[in-house]
Design a binder for this molecule. Sequence first.
Ligand SMILES: [Zn+2]
Ligand SMILES: [Zn+2]
Length: 332
Amino acid sequence: MSMTENLAPAETPISETESTRPSSLTFKLTILGAGSATPTLGRHPTAHLLTHNNEYYLIDCGEGTQYRLLEQKIRPGRLHHIFISHLHGDHYFGLAPLLSSLNLAGRTEDLHLYGPKGLDDILTTIFRYSDTRLGYPLHFHPVDAAYPTVLADLPELTISSIPLEHRIACSGYLFREKPRKPKLLRDKLPADVPVEYLKQLKEGHDIIDGQGQVIYAAEDYTTPGPPPRSYAFCSDTRYNERLINLVRHVDLLYHEATFLEDNAKRAFEVFHATARQAATIAARAEVRHLLIGHFSSRYKNFQAFLKEARQIFPQTSLASEGLHIDINDWQY
Ligand SMILES: [Zn+2]
Ligand SMILES: [Zn+2]
């Protein structure tokens, strides 16, 4: 039985449909929350869910994130990695409830949590006074917001931190896929080729006989795998050109845009960015697509954000609750 089946709480009727179940090609972002700190009806604080192949990665966990996961028919028990950008409440006030619910559901699998120093103390205090004893190992990985650091080197993905410039320590996160395996040209090979040969060719290895002669050269029977894909999440930050090199050429860049450019002075004072500034980073970093969000609650309509950003970087979208971006759909 898989871990997911083990952990689903019996009373919670969650089932993943074919369309929500990740496949081995999936590279998809789901926006669970795109708002900022002030509560606004119809908006939710920051939370992004990245689906890569068979894994989910939760990035920020604003208030109510566990309900957003339920709405999206995502089983929280499938999470193994959670990333928190900083300790302003709109980015992590949903975390303790989510961790508690996983416990109630009987989780035993390891969970890795990445975030600023102090997050561990906060959780320890909450759990101590609520007499919550986690039945699963929670591994806390403190993230130093001063330097870009490789946080996780997984078989298919490298995850690094991105230093941001905010009022308190704040990190973005970069998810970069490792080179993908070559595609096998099955039709070019004889029908009776052993399965073991196919596996080796797919790994890019030549098939060599006992005398050292190449029987099948990998380059003759495979085509290169598709280009690796990448997603950069840049949470609350001032405009900072140091970001440009760190997110260069990513497929999808999320960059906050709390204000419009006519409030650039205000944005600077409160360590946030404007739509124009987000687009400038995207253009100079030559990313494929830009997503902006974290709009101040003073704005009721976000089309002006889109217009302002697209003047600098046309491939811009607005983050909104429930939005799915499937990077597989993009043409290479
Ligand atoms: Zn925020
Ligand atoms: Zn903040």
